[in-house]
Design a protein around this ligand. Structure first.
Ligand code: NAP
Length: 194
């Protein structure tokens, strides 16, 4: 039995990096259907090919475009009726997103929708690699990022995807939590951030 049997997921940015790895793990854990979105159709096509699973729908959609979002949710409603949400609009800044999540925890609890945020440290993805111009620069940046983390390494998309699988599991009732994942620096003096 998979950890996400029967769940329906939407993975924003699911064509690459952390989002793509998360889509793979959702399917491996028995999700009933996974929608992935991104702006580049060729990247979505490639992702569908790599996932090789009939339970995935790729939708070209830009999270910063409200018309795209309306169309996206219409498509999800027509195809699957509902979502078991874990991710939400990614266009907000990370701080604003965490703030939204705290409020949604309360707003959505009557509808039995849980809201949690994942906060990755530096993760080796195409997106992070694009921040440098060549291999030498990439090595320097990774060494510098790794030196600021507890475990002394840049994390993998897989590590984050495993945490993303944990949160929608039916047995878990966590809501309003912020999980700090792979590669995060320690809090000063061991203080927990809220
Ligand atoms: N990698 C890290 O070290 C790290 C650490 C902390 C947080 N994060 C956050 O984690 C998220 C994923 O990062 P990543 O490193 O996996 O990035 P990535 O490898 O560049 O992948 C980004 C994915 O998001 C899609 N995307 C980008 N803008 C979009 C938009 N407006 N609408 C819909 N889809 C969009 C991209 O496809 P298209 O380009 O085709 O749209 C792609 O599928 C980002 O929000 C990033 O800030 C990353």
């Amino acid at each position: 039995m998979g950890k996400l049997d029967g769940k329906i997921g939407l993975i924003t940015g699911g064509s690459d990096g952390i989002g793509f790895a998360t889509a793979q793990h959702f399917l491996n854990e028995g999700a009933a259907h996974v929608f992935i979105i991104g702006r580049r159709q060729d990247a979505l096509n490639e992702a569908i090919k790599k996932l090789g699973n009939k339970k995935v729908t790729a939708i070209q959609s830009d999270t910063s475009n409200l018309n795209d979002l309306d169309k996206l949710f219409d498509t999800i409603k027509n195809k699957q009726g509902h979502l078991d949400p874990n991710h939400s609009v990614y266009a907000a800044t990370k701080a604003a997103l965490r703030s939204f999540a705290r409020t949604w925890t309360v707003d959505l609890k009557e509808r039995k929708i849980r809201v949690n945020t994942l906060s990755p440290g530096p993760i080796d993805t195409p997106g992070l690699r694009k921040a440098t111009n060549n291999e030498e620069q990439r090595k320097q940046m990774y060494a510098s990022l790794a030196s600021g983390t507890v475990m002394g390494h840049v994390g993998t998309a897989d590590e984050i995807a495993k945490a993303a699988v944990f949160l929608p599991m039916s047995k878990i009732t966590a809501t309003g939590s912020r999980r700090k994942e792979a590669g995060k620096p320690p809090d000063p003096a061991g203080k927990q951030r809220k």
